[in-house]
Write a protein that binds this ligand. Structure first.
Ligand code: F6P
Length: 357
């Protein structure tokens, strides 16, 4: 008999349900008897012992369903060792609940912050297997995270829609894409959507170069320009600021997000009308795309296999086209970013895309 705890933590994304279903299918297709304890709303459920016993029926019909049947929440790693408002030691509470339920293992689905806490629980002696979810694709130790391809589809659709309206107007359009501090989502959606300029955090932009790219398009007779801008895009000036100075700037920031600042600068320098579109959380919503369904199912199946073999302390990831197990200590606390001199950036530049650098 295996007693498995499961939780989804951090911002949700597509294919969380598909991944959990994959784990449960792999477990229940074996001869092993299993009990599944689903902790609700991420680590919060584990801390406050808020869980639901799940059966195979809970995992039927959820392959195509977005969101997470367990709910999610953000439990920042920064404060995980601080007592809660009632003085509860959260790490100790998680351990106690794990032992009380006599769990064999926790299956934790999450991104960067989630993996730091998962690794802490491993260090504290709990058996943990994790799965890499995030639309940002910024998790170290895996070439791909589930949710990413679905989000690329949505952000690309948004740029496609902007394209048709852009062709009717002589305007500059900015589509602001999620991704937190990394540019994978913007880069991929930008190329897929045929954006003319792509601004990502890893390549700080010079506004004069951005304007040059817009004016060059004008000279070639293009009526419009589309920019795919990462929500974490930074100018060269801002990139040169110290962390403290940058924080100070952001405190007095008058724009809803970076795109509006960029839009204002472009408008002032070119006299052109600039419009901003922010698809926001739609990028995390809806049904997972087929790639993510397959990918999350494969990761889930491998997690199930590891659990049956009693191999713990790993994230199931994807490296060089293979599903692999990566030690949690190698993943936690590291960010995977776009390399400014990577092949995809060079190829995008060959396609005439400007990165404002
Ligand atoms: O990490 C996923 C993500 O969607 C990021 O792209 C984005 O910066 C962030 O989460 C938004 O977080 P929240 O849902 O808490 O607003």
């Amino acid at each position: 008999m295996k007693r498995i705890g499961m939780l989804t933590s951090g911002g949700d994304c597509q294919a969380l349900n598909a991944a959990m279903r994959g784990v449960v299918k792999a477990l229940t297709c074996s001869n092993e008897e299993v009990e599944i304890y689903g902790f609700l709303d991420g680590y919060r459920g584990l801390i406050y012992s808020n869980f639901r016993m799940l059966t195979g029926a809970d995992f039927t019909g959820i392959l195509t369903k977005g969101g997470t049947i367990l709910g999610s929440s953000r439990t920042p790693f920064k404060t995980i060792k601080d007592p809660d408002e009632n003085g509860l030691d959260k790490v100790e509470a998680m351990k106690q609940n794990y032992y009380k339920l006599r769990l064999d293992c926790l299956v934790i689905l999450g991104g960067n912050g989630t993996h730091k806490t998962a690794n802490l629980l491993r260090e504290e002696g709990l058996n943990v297997v994790t799965l890499p979810k995030t639309i940002d694709n910024d998790l170290y130790g895996t070439d791909m995270t589930f949710g990413f391809q679905s989000a690329v589809n949505i952000a690309t659709d948004c740029i496609d829609c902007i394209h048709t309206t852009a062709s009717s107007h002589g305007r500059v359009f900015i589509v602001e894409v999620m991704g937190h501090k990394v540019g994978y989502l913007t880069l991929n959606a930008g190329i897929a959507g045929g954006a003319d300029i792509i601004l990502i955090p890893e390549i700080p932009y010079d506004i004069n170069k951005v304007v040059e790219a817009i004016e060059a398009r004008d000279k070639r007779g293009s009526r419009f320009t589309i920019l795919a801008v990462a929500e974490g895009a930074v100018s060269k000036e801002d990139a040169a600021l110290s962390k403290k100075e940058y924080k100070e700037k952001k405190k007095n920031y008058k724009y809803p997000s970076v795109s509006y600042e960029i839009a204002e600068k472009i408008q002032k320098k070119t006299g052109k009308e600039v419009r901003v579109t922010v698809p926001g959380h739609t990028q995390r919503g809806g049904s997972p795309c087929p790639y993510d369904r397959v990918f999350a199912s494969r990761l889930g199946a491998e997690a199930g296999r590891l659990i049956l073999k009693g191999e713990y302390g790993f994230m199931v990831g994807y490296k060089n086209r293979e599903i692999v197990k990566v030690p949690l200590e190698d993943v936690a606390g590291k960010l995977k970013m776009v390399e400014p001199d990577s092949a995809i950036i060079k190829e995008a530049k060959l396609l005439g895309i400007s990165f404002g650098d």
